[in-house]
Structures are given as structure tokens and as C-alpha cells.
Design a protein around this ligand. Structure first.
Ligand code: FES
Length: 107
């Protein structure tokens, strides 16, 4: 089964991110005005925790060295060929689910 429960909606701070381990993967889950987004939680530069990054619009800035990724597409802001995997999110009642099998990257 690829659909995995992550948390309750009210466990996510609006406008911020939080890290979860789901099916053996570290995810960064963001609660934005446009919805709940999930990307791989490990920055491809040097392993920084993307869930702890500052979010502006749909862009998260890695707290370690400042690489920026679009949390909707996973694309790096300066080099769109560099992506982190994204995961489809569904909300069922107050529960947030991600589809790990549907990880995708743009670029
Ligand atoms: S570890 Fe993320 S920018 Fe360096």
C-alpha cells in the first residue's frame, strides 16, 4: 500500500513545515495557503532539514546553506533540473495522507 497516514491537519502549523518519518522516508510537510504539500525532507546539497526551512509563498529555504526549493514541484529555484521528490497529499477528514509510490520530480 502506498498511501500512508502522516498526521492530523491540526498538527501542522499554518505557514510552516514539519518533519515526519513515513514508510522509512523523511518527509517535509508544509501547510500553506494553497494546501498541504509534501517533499523529501533531506536537502540534496548536504542533507539539511528542509522542514525547518523558512517558507515564503511556495518556496522553502534550506536552513543550512540557503538552497531554495518549490514545495509544489520540488524544483530548485536556480537550477530546475535539480529536484527533490514530491509526494501527492490527500486530506481525509482531519487526517493527512501521502502517496509514497507517487513520488515525482519536475525537471
Ligand atoms: S544542506 Fe541544504 S543548502 Fe546545504
Amino acid at each position: 500500500m502506498s498511501r500512508h497516514r502522516v498526521c492530523r491537519v491540526d498538527e501542522l502549523k499554518p505557514g510552516g513545515g514539519r518533519e515526519f518519518v513515513v514508510a522509512g522516508r523523511i518527509l517535509a510537510v508544509f501547510h500553506l495557503e494553497t494546501g498541504i504539500k509534501a517533499i523529501d525532507g533531506i536537502c540534496p546539497h548536504a542533507g539539511g532539514p528542509l522542514a525547518q526551512g523558512m517558507v515564503r509563498g511556495e518556496v522553502v529555504t534550506c536552513p543550512w546553506h540557503g538552497w531554495q526549493f518549490n514545495v509544489e514541484t520540488g524544483a530548485h529555484q536556480l537550477n530546475p533540473r535539480l529536484c527533490v521528490p514530491c509526494f501527492a497529499v490527500t486530506v481525509d477528514g482531519n487526517d493527512v495522507y501521502v502517496d509514497i509510490a507517487d513520488a515525482s520530480a519536475v525537471g
